[in-house]
Design a protein around this ligand. Structure first.
Ligand code: GLN
Length: 305
């Protein structure tokens, strides 16, 4: 019977030959998936025998990975913000850099709750635009529940893809926050909602159309419209900026994920579309510009002329 060590060596070789830049890691994750153990157990027990069924499953998963399919789709989940999110072709795979957006959102919510203690004030309203697999809304809901302030926040999430919304709801239910967030089919901001939001969050597509085909092959398995931000990469974000004067409550803030090369472009776009608003950019853990923060300055309440 083949051992873990044998299968790992052969699997790594095969993935390396197929062009994977993380062949060893991929093989460890996929073998763990096949034998129903986590990666640390795989690494710790190279001498352990692997049964026929698991070896066959590993073989099938290696074949999928060798075509470029992302490990997250093969395993069916991806870790994000300390949680496991169901991942499949209905939506983009959560990226580690998006954790920064959730972190900033969590801090912003806590700051606002501390400034205006509940009960007594209406719940804080948070909208996650283009929620995809629901990662931002669900991670935030779980984080707020842990801090025992879940009841003080009303969470909404939109997507224009019904399939993505279904996955988002599955993720919300899996993390026991299905009743904490309302998932709505909408193009960006839901229409006809009269009460604006205190916090608007979004990880919208921001890759330039001509750069989408140059992304790692794994991205070709993801929904293109979750990545393609139009000719300059900022088309969808620009459409959201146009909606912010109505969508954001007085004193509200929008936190929008951007590409690491879009710092100057987002500041310029905000100046053009939202004159009088403040726009700053926060970096991610790798030190790259990643989250644009937009707020009305006190002199610019209401829709600008
Ligand atoms: N960071 C992602 C990538 O480069 C893009 C995500 C997005 O467009 N929102 O693959």
């Amino acid at each position: 019977m083949a051992t873990i060590g044998d299968l790992l060596r052969a699997g790594t070789e095969r993935l390396r030959a197929a062009g994977s830049e993380s062949a060893r890691l991929d093989a460890e994750l996929l073998l763990g998936h096949a034998i129903g153990a986590d990666r640390t157990a795989v690494v710790a027990h190279p001498e352990a025998p692997v049964g026929r069924l698991a070896a066959d499953r590993f073989e099938g998963d290696l074949a999928r990975r060798a075509t470029g399919e992302p490990v997250a789709y093969i395993r069916g989940f991806k870790e994000f913000y300390g949680l496991a999110f169901a991942a499949d072709r209905r939506a983009l795979i959560p990226r580690p850099e998006t954790e920064r957006l959730v972190e900033l959102a969590e801090a912003e919510v806590l700051r606002r709750l501390a400034a205006a203690p509940r009960p007594g004030s209406p719940p804080l309203r948070v909208l996650d635009v283009g929620t995809g697999s629901g990662t931002i809304a669900v991670a935030l809901a779980v984080a707020l529940r842990r801090r025992r302030v879940g009841e003080e926040v009303e969470l909404f999430a939109t997507d224009d893809s019904r399939d993505a919304l279904q996955l988002a709801r599955e993720n919300a239910v899996a993390h026991s926050v299905g009743d904490r967030a309302l998932f709505l089919e909408a193009d960006l901001v839901p229409r006809g909602v009269v009460t604006p939001w205190d916090l608007v969050l979004a990880n919208l597509p921001y890759v330039r159309s001509d750069a989408v085909d140059g992304l790692p092959i794994a991205a070709s398995f993801e929904p293109r419209r979750a990545l393609d931000g139009g000719p300059d990469g900022l088309e969808v974000i620009g459409r959201l900026l146009d909606r912010l004067p109505d969508a954001l409550a007085a004193g509200g803030v929008a936190l929008l994920e951007i590409g690491s090369d879009q710092h100057a472009a987002i500041v310029e776009l905000a100046a053009a579309r939202l004159p009088g608003w403040a726009c700053s950019v926060e970096s991610d853990l790798a030190g790259h510009p990643r989250v644009a923060r937009l707020a009305r300055t006190s002199g610019a309440i209401g829709r600008d002329p």
